[in-house]
Design a binder for this molecule. Structure first.
Ligand code: ADP
Length: 280
């Protein structure tokens, strides 16, 4: 039958089915436009974040550079005493170190962002790694009179050793930096097929309102204290990126004035051959 004939005979049915067709088309158009709007919003959000990041980077770079050039210029003043000369040189060095920390962290972020294959898994003994990191940071803890306590069992985990080293350095270094008295402890527990690693301090703690943001780039609860301790505000964002690349997440719990507990998990891969299995 021709379309015209069809139309005449089954006109009403055709109009109804056409209306249903239009409704379907309208619905998929709506869905597409919602998805499109979401994409645009996501892009706008990313662009805003990128702008904010660049703004933060320029700010963080500009300050130490101004300081360094100021101190170097002042060093040229003829009437300067030896003491002042020494102090200015030290200040210039501190700012240079700040700049170096920032560059190292930025390079790390760029590498993690653009080369996700950078996670190089192997099975390694967590105890050796924790000991290595704690021995490196012990002088800093001792200088502040803090007890750095890391008595942990021997477990093998499957992860990128160098990257997990960075995670531990960040957590333990922060714990030392934000604790004035008491202790910093690193504990390890086995939980079924995972090993949980936690760093607990008796430090200043973090207010509830800040907790969800401390893993954001450049977020600091107390910017002056962070800068004074050589912090860049990027450490925890790098930690988060590294753990996410492992399919894991950082966790935090804190009580203001009492202390903070950070923890994360890694896949358990057994015990080293020479070690006796220990109680979980
Ligand atoms: P920073 O270089 O400033 O230490 P991080 O990204 O490592 O940057 O940490 C972000 C912020 O989280 C810090 O500036 C600090 O305010 C807070 N913070 C991190 N670790 C601790 C901790 N153990 N105790 C208290 N505050 C902490």
């Amino acid at each position: 039958a021709s379309k015209v004939a069809d139309g005449r005979i089954t006109g009403r049915i055709r109009i109804n089915s056409r209306a249903a067709e239009f409704q379907d088309v309208a619905e998929s158009l709506n869905r597409a436009s919602d998805a499109f709007r979401e994409k645009i919003e996501e892009l706008e959000r990313l662009t805003a974040l990128q702008k904010e990041f660049i703004g933060n980077v320029s700010h963080e770079v500009r300050n130490p550079i101004f300081a360094i050039s100021g101190y170097l210029e002042a060093l040229g003043t003829p009437s300067l005493t030896d003491d002042m000369r020494k102090r200015y040189a030290e200040k210039a060095l501190i700012n240079l170190e700040r700049l170096q920390n920032l560059f190292n962290d930025l390079i790390e972020i760029a590498r993690l962002e653009y080369r996700e294959d950078l996670i190089n898994r192997s099975e390694f003994d967590l105890k050796d790694l924790v000991n290595e990191v704690s021995e490196m940071l012990r002088p800093k803890a001792e200088k502040k009179g803090l007890d750095l306590n890391v008595d942990i069992p021997r477990y093998l985990v499957s992860a990128d050793r160098n990257r997990i080293r960075q995670v531990l350095v960040n957590f333990i270094d922060n714990a030392i930096a934000y604790t004035d008295e008491g202790s910093v402890r690193c504990r390890v527990q086995r939980r079924l097929d995972k090993v949980r690693i936690e760093v607990v301090d008796t430090g200043k703690g973090i207010d509830e309102e800040h907790l969800s943001r401390i893993f954001d780039r450049f977020y600091r609860v107390d910017p002056d204290r962070s800068r004074d301790s050589g912090g860049t505000g990027l450490g925890l964002s790098i930690v988060k990126q590294i753990l996410q690349a492992h399919g894991e997440h950082p966790h935090v719990e804190s009580t203001k004035g009492r202390g903070t507990r950070f923890w994360f998990e890694l896949p358990y891969a057994g015990v080293p051959e020479e070690a006796e299995p220990e109680e979980a």
